[in-house]
Design a protein around this ligand. Structure first.
Ligand SMILES: NC(=O)c1ccc[n+]([C@@H]2O[C@H](COP(=O)([O-])OP(=O)(O)OC[C@H]3O[C@@H](n4cnc5c(N)ncnc54)[C@H](OP(=O)(O)O)[C@@H]3O)[C@@H](O)[C@H]2O)c1
Length: 293
């Protein structure tokens, strides 16, 4: 589908990290995005969703809304499953009734993390965390519904403007601390939200359906991402690598969750730029250069 002139309802598009980048990308492509927050339309309220879709008459529905607090999900399982598992197939069913394409996002955290080569779309989800299990349930619900115009895009380690994220938190901490410790034994692919949004449009132009993996090219650890961000931003803070065991969290995260981008590259002919290049753009455009001295 070519986005120009199309009305695109984007759940999460007004306040979400990815959603805001999608809203900008659709705007730039000449589409008519309708960005929504939970205040505009609660995706757990089917009547409200139905009313919103009847009013906006979208040509495309994008679900960038989700329960994304990985550790809190361990204590708020009902909320996580309602948003991540129950809501997506209900939204897709409403898209099917209108015969419009449906785009949904999932995560590298659906994987267990015991591989040492990138995860492909054929690998079977087997998460340890409530967040990952709820997101995998959402994917399965969509596949079970079987609406042919459904595109599921798994992304990983998202950063970008508009909402707090790992890079933003690290750079804020670096302003007030001399040293930071960050885990170096979890490996993944950082994803710059504006790149994910632009590459989503490429998949849509190819009428892609089914599951695709998408991230920036390359891989690193959280330590690798944090230390490069701190040095690119010119902050005076020592970043030290530590093992996961030194930083216990409620949710168990995959040790390795790099996503294989081969299917995306084959479908679009485009190789996403490396995460270091995207990080450089994010920092240059969103953070004041550190003062000398
Ligand atoms: N962040 C990551 O590192 C990461 C990594 C891999 C995959 N993902 C996936 O990528 C997608 C986007 O994630 P993100 O980080 O951009 O999310 P986010 O910044 O946490 O934004 C979540 C969005 O969902 C909306 N929302 C929450 N509850 C809602 C409800 N009941 N009804 C309607 N909207 C609701 C929020 O609106 P309010 O602001 O009004 O609450 C917000 O706009 C998700 O599917 C996520 O699982 C994210």
């Amino acid at each position: 589908m070519k986005p120009a002139g199309k009305t695109v309802v984007i759940f999460g598009g007004r306040t979400g990290l990815l959603g805001q980048a999608l809203t900008s990308a659709f705007n730039k492509a000449g589409a008519l995005p309708v960005p929504l927050s939970s205040d505009d339309c609660d995706i757990l309220d089917p009547l409200m969703v139905e009313e919103t879709l009847d009013r906006e008459k979208p040509d495309l529905i994008v679900n960038a809304a989700a329960y994304t607090q990985v550790d809190l999900a361990e204590d708020e399982q009902d909320k996580a499953f309602a948003l991540n598992a129950t809501a997506p197939p209900l939204l897709a069913a409403l898209a099917a009734r209108r015969s419009v394409p449906f785009v949904h996002y999932s995560t590298d955290f659906v994987f267990r993390g015991n591989k040492s080569v990138p995860y492909t779309e054929e690998d079977v989800p087997a998460s340890f965390s409530t967040y990952g299990i709820s997101k995998a349930d959402g994917e399965r619900g969509l596949l079970r519904l079987g609406y042919a115009k459904t595109l599921i895009i798994r992304i990983s380690w998202l950063f970008g403007p508009g909402r707090t994220n790992f890079v933003r938190k690290i750079l804020d901490l670096a302003d007030s601390r001399d040293t930071l410790t960050v885990v170096d034994d979890q490996i993944g692919s950082p994803s710059y939200a504006p790149d994910i949004a632009a590459n989503t449009l490429l998949l849509l132009k190819k009428n892609a359906t089914g599951i695709y993996h998408l991230a920036n090219s390359g891989e690193t650890s959280w330590y690798g991402l944090a230390s490069l961000a701190v040095s690119m931003a010119g902050k005076r803070c020592d970043v030290t690598p530590v093992p996961t065991s030194a930083y216990p969290t409620k949710a168990v995260r995959p040790a390795y969750s790099v996503l294989d981008l081969g299917k995306f590259i084959k479908a679009t002919g485009v190789t996403p730029r490396r995460w270091e290049e995207a990080l450089d753009e994010y920092i240059r455009m969103n953070f004041e250069p550190a003062a000398d001295g």
